[in-house]
Design a protein around this ligand. Sequence first.
Ligand code: PEP
Ligand code: MN
Length: 636
Amino acid sequence: MIIILKQGITPEEKNNVRSVLKENGFIVKEIKGEQDTVLGAVGTSRIDPRMIEIMPGVSSVVPISKPYKLASRELKKDDTIVSVGKVKIGGNRIAVIAGPCAVESCDQILRIAEKVREAGAVILRGGAYKPRTSPYSFQGLGEEGLKLLRKAGDEFEMPVTTEVVSPRDVEVMKGYIDMFQIGARNMQNFELLKEVGKTGMPVLLKRGLSATIEEWLMAAEYLMASGTDQVVLCERGIRTYEKATRNTLDCSAIPVVQKLTHLPVIGDPSHATGIRDMVSPMALALVAGGASGIMVEVHDHPELALSDGPQSLYPEQFERLMRDIEALAPVVGKAVEKMPRLVPATIKDKTAENDGDASHTIAFQGERGAFSELAVRRVFSEDEKVLPCKEFKDVFDAVASGKAIYGVVPIENTLGGTVFDNYDLLKMEENITVVGEVQVRIIHNLIVNPGVSLSDIKKVYSHPQGLAQCREFLDRELPDAERIPFFDTAGAVSYLKEIGAKDAAAIAGSPAAVYNGMEILKQGIETNVRNYTRFFVISREENALMFKSRAHINRAAVTFSVQDRPGSLFQVLDILQKHGLNMKKLESRPILGKPWEYSFFVETELSDEKDLENIIPMLKENTTSFRVLGTYTAAH
Ligand code: PEP
Ligand code: MN
């Protein structure tokens, strides 16, 4: 059952509730959500729920209707984010796990680890104990394989996962790996589940060959009841009458499971299809279907592989797949999980010393739940704190003064155009540089106080852009409602909550509704679905390297002004053209205090940072002022 606690419950009251439940034989878990805190009580015992309901500090008691309790969405509304080393699985991310089916030799695992890491995988896989259909097939290298997998993981700074097949191996495996994998054949090996669950470590739980979704979730429940809350589900194809593929990928399991459980679910297109050429299309189908990641087998000599060669991707195929996933991610409102960047020790120490907590604070403009906060979360992990700022200038000030280490500011919307204020601020703040770019799909929602229905709405509040981008919906569904411009979308939601409006709605992103405990009446009401905003990540010069050191730099933003004579702008652009730099954007802005004089902003492609460095002297010669605003990796 779920015990929903009152907001003002005291620690003593909470302890009392816990003790009574434990005395009655329940396992008790506390779950803090965005909205409220609940206690989950599970076990074989029974108790009259009214006994708990009357206790001080308890708001209500609700039974869990499903046979799986700890894994159920009823108990925990928010998505669980599983941490595997520094990598996170769940939420708005797509985490890619890759590596060979089995660890075969030191050389083999090191070579493949390097390749998959370079292409963007964040967790390394490789079997050391292989459950094979035939006892005469390669059974894995055992502990030696674990050692080699760990070595490769350490060398390329990737957490590692491998399959456990026997309870007696759990203890020794713990020392080598970051995540256990329970294979399809062992999904209902309950003794194994209990032993692995006891470690409290992350577990990747494959769906059994013929397991129903409920049986699969019951297996997750075994793990959780034994002591881990770090479970990732993995759809890997099920047995059907179809023989054209090794198994039948059940893509629909992804959205089904997401409704039933808070645990992240990923997909394994390699074992699902068993055929190399089908792995990438099905990987994309899984991502499009909402999977939180994929696990793929990669081998540089699959024809020599000791297991699963025919379904292993060549490294080049994997690289191409990663690029496709990058391109697809924003369409489903997600970002590909990247490796934590390597932080040069000297910079890290300096930041920690000077800024203390600020080194974990990211500034954005708007209120909690704003689209800018979504952009922050695409780039930075949940562990980083956010600093909401009233104006764009406040974001720049927070970064310049060291109150925040990075800031995230919108620069352009596909429907609304350029956000000039931020170009101007970038130009003025000499010590601030652009270090990254991120793109967020803008999905608008009609948000109201709980209980308000469409026919109650007389007024609609939002940022003017929000109102404009949803005009068709408003004209059609709410033609008589007054449209009231507000300074920001999330701000409109918190305002309606504050005044308890029963006759008004706000247009904003879904996080603003979740954050404020408001109701989404209609989802996705924007006129044009291809509605994206591009944001820049900004930092002080001295922190730029820390953000960028691992990324592939392929874009530059520069600003300059030129003399008022024929061809002066052309000369600058000619330099870019002659050096093969593809210009992506050109803007002109009036120079403050100099009527009818302009400065220009250019964003250009780079194949290497040196492309720009080499031509800076030439650009300076042909301009009256010139500054590099930053170099970064372009968002897809
Ligand atoms: C594997 O991942 O190599 C494996 C054996 O997978 P499954 O348990 O899904 O067959
Ligand atoms: Mn395999």
